[in-house]
Design a protein around this ligand. Structure first.
Ligand SMILES: [Zn+2]
Length: 169
C-alpha cells in the first residue's frame, strides 16, 4: 500500500504483521484496521432479495444489499442507508434482527481491505418496489430459498451467511 512513508518519504516503511504500517525513520504509524460491512437478508414469503453487482470486484455475481458503515453510524443505520441508496428501499433501522457475522476481504483498486460483515435479517409482509442505483447494481432479483445457487454469490462470507439462513428456515 505504501512504498514510502507518507509523512517523511523514507523508504524504510514496513507493514508489521499485516496489521499496521510503521516507519523506521519517523514516528508515522498507521493501523489498517478491519472495516465494518453490513448486509441484509430481506425475505418476502419464501424468497430472498439479491442484487447483481454492476462493477468489480465480482461484477455480474449475486450480492446481498449492503455496504460499508460510515463514521458515527450504527450497523443498522448503515444498512438502512445503503438500502435507500442502492434500491430506494426504506427499512427502519429498528426492523433489523442480527443474524451472524463473517470476516471478508475486499480488493478495491489494488488495496486489500479486511472487513467484518455483519448480516441482519428482515421479513417483509409486502413485496416492495425497488429502484436500482445503476452504477452499483445491474438488477434486483427475488430468489426462492430452495432455488438459490450459493456458488453464484460474490463473497464467501455472504455465501456462508445465506447457506446458514437457508438451513435455519
Ligand atoms: Zn516516516
Amino acid at each position: 500500500m505504501f512504498k514510502y512513508c507518507p509523512k517523511c518519504q523514507s523508504s524504510d516503511i514496513s507493514f508489521e504483521g499485516q496489521r499496521y504500517w510503521d516507519c523506521g525513520n519517523c514516528d508515522f504509524v498507521y493501523f489498517h484496521n478491519t472495516a465494518a460491512g453490513v448486509a441484509g437478508l430481506i425475505k418476502y414469503r419464501n424468497q430472498l432479495l439479491f442484487t447483481v453487482r454492476a462493477k468489480n470486484p465480482e461484477q455480474g455475481k449475486l450480492d446481498l444489499p449492503g455496504g460499508f458503515v460510515d463514521y458515527h453510524e450504527t450497523l443498522e443505520q448503515g444498512l438502512s442507508r445503503e438500502l435507500t441508496e442502492e434500491l430506494s428501499l426504506t427499512i427502519a433501522p429498528q426492523k433489523w434482527q442480527y443474524f451472524c457475522s463473517f470476516p471478508n476481504q475486499y480488493l478495491y483498486k489494488n488495496i486489500n481491505y479486511h472487513t467484518i460483515d455483519s448480516v441482519f435479517a428482515c421479513e417483509l409482509d409486502q413485496k416492495p418496489e425497488v429502484q436500482l442505483e445503476k452504477a452499483e447494481i445491474q438488477e434486483a432479483r427475488w430468489i426462492a430459498l430452495d432455488e438459490i445457487d450459493v456458488s453464484k454469490i460474490a463473497f464467501p462470507s455472504l455465501a456462508n451467511a445465506v447457506t446458514q439462513f437457508i438451513e435455519m428456515e
